[in-house]
Design a protein around this ligand. Structure first.
Ligand SMILES: *Cc1c(COP(=O)(O)O)cnc(C)c1O
Length: 378
């Protein structure tokens, strides 16, 4: 049997081919490859979708996290609190600024930042008096929005800024709010594997703060002021290509239906697997964008389960096999095994199954059967 794709982007292209081909060809023919009109059009559409006043498109999700940190002047001596069970970019951007990432444990059920442990770590840093607590970077891991009310309450008590890492959460929501709008500023990614994706790298920053957006916009383009060759500050080159904006405009139109279809796929997994494996929980009031469908399996059986699924043509991924506080890149911050028990346990138990809106019921049944077989053998 042919192996199934983990995310079927070829199917998406087939479905959207007429509109995508037209958009790509027209954009190429118009020859405004940088800052073409599609970029501003996309920023407006994205701001509307997320429900914020301002959107600044940029080159990738990592830059979308970096730009607000630069705008806030986060640097040496500052502490930024973030999870260790996430993609490296969440904490990498902090360390690259010369600031210190302070790793916080997760809630086992949601895989997201634990607000109680967050407050304990903030108090610890305040008491030590060496670093200045500045910001929190909560992550909407696997598409599930973080507990923004609890995190905002902690942030308010300690005077901290919140930068939401919505790289995986785009499309998700909490109450009446959309992912990307849950903190003071939100960052997302349009990397091909994310819920809303372009044909290469792309990202965006979201905020209701017009002054912050103006600074982020300036930093995105070499710190320019109103005049393109007057530079108010040091910045970077982090524009989103016009071609990527054109692709995203087409895909954004199709996105609400895709998001609905992701719910159906997740529902079918839950129905078939609940009771057999630890399926992901979506607490009341939250909507996951299902960037990943991540279950837990017994740690010692995981390698064999992966092999058996692979033999059946079912790809899986382990996001993330090693917590950030234990990565060599962050060694100087002194993380030790046992520091973050819930994060470390998750890294040993998680397994992500194929998840995308184009997964047919037949293919999904094949995945489910193979997974149940593998579990029983495991
Ligand atoms: C993908 C991702 C990023 C980085 O996005 P890029 O566009 O790849 O730079 C940051 N944080 C998380 C949680 C991600 O999943």
């Amino acid at each position: 049997m042919d192996p199934l794709p983990f995310i079927d982007l070829k199917k998406q292209f087939e479905l959207l081919a007429p509109a995508l081909t037209r958009a790509l060809t027209q954009t190429a023919a118009a020859a405004q490859y940088i800052n073409g009109p599609q970029v501003a059009e996309l920023e407006k559409a994205l701001a509307e979708y997320v429900g914020v006043a301002e959107c600044v498109a940029c080159a990738n999700g990592t830059d979308a996290l970096t730009l607000p940190l630069l705008a806030w002047n986060v640097g040496p001596g500052d502490a930024v609190f973030c999870p260790a069970f996430t993609f490296i970019a969440t904490a990498e951007v902090v360390a690259l600024r010369g600031a210190t990432p302070v790793f916080v444990d997760i809630e086992p059920v949601t895989f997201n930042l634990d607000p109680r442990h967050l407050e304990a770590k903030i108090v610890e840093v305040e008491k030590a008096g060496v670093l200045k607590p500045r910001a929190i970077i909560p992550v909407d891991l696997f598409g599930l929005p973080y507990d923004y009310e609890a995190v905002a309450a902690v942030a308010d008590r300690h005077g901290l800024l919140i930068l939401e890492d919505a790289a995986q959460g785009f499309g998700g929501g909490y109450g009446g709010k959309k992912a990307g709008s849950l903190g003071h500023v939100g960052a997302t990614s349009f990397f091909p594997a994310k819920p809303l994706a372009c044909y290469g790298d792309g990202g965006a920053v979201f905020t209701d703060d017009a002054d912050l957006a103006a600074v982020v916009r300036s930093i995105r383009g070499h710190g320019a002021g109103a005049d393109r060759y007057e530079h108010l500050r040091l910045g970077m080159n982090s524009r989103l290509d016009t071609l990527q904006a054109a692709v995203l405009l087409v895909k954004l139109d199709a996105f609400p239906q895709e998001l609905d279809d992701r719910q159906l796929v997740a529902g079918r997994y839950e129905e078939a697997l609940a009771g057999l494996a630890a399926v992901p929980a979506v607490p009341g009031g939250r909507l996951s964008s299902w960037a990943q469908y991540t279950v837990r399996v017994p740690a010692e059986a995981r390698p064999e389960i992966i092999d058996r699924l692979k033999a059946q043509g079912v790809p899986t991924m382990v996001y993330y096999p090693k917590c950030l506080h234990l990565q060599p890149a962050f060694e100087r911050f002194g993380g030790r095994p046992g520091d973050l028990p819930a994060s470390e346990r998750a890294s040993r138990e998680v397994l992500s199954l194929p998840m995308h809106p184009w997964l047919s019921p037949d293919d999904q049944s094949r995945i489910i059967e193979a997974f149940i077989d593998a579990l029983q053998l495991g």
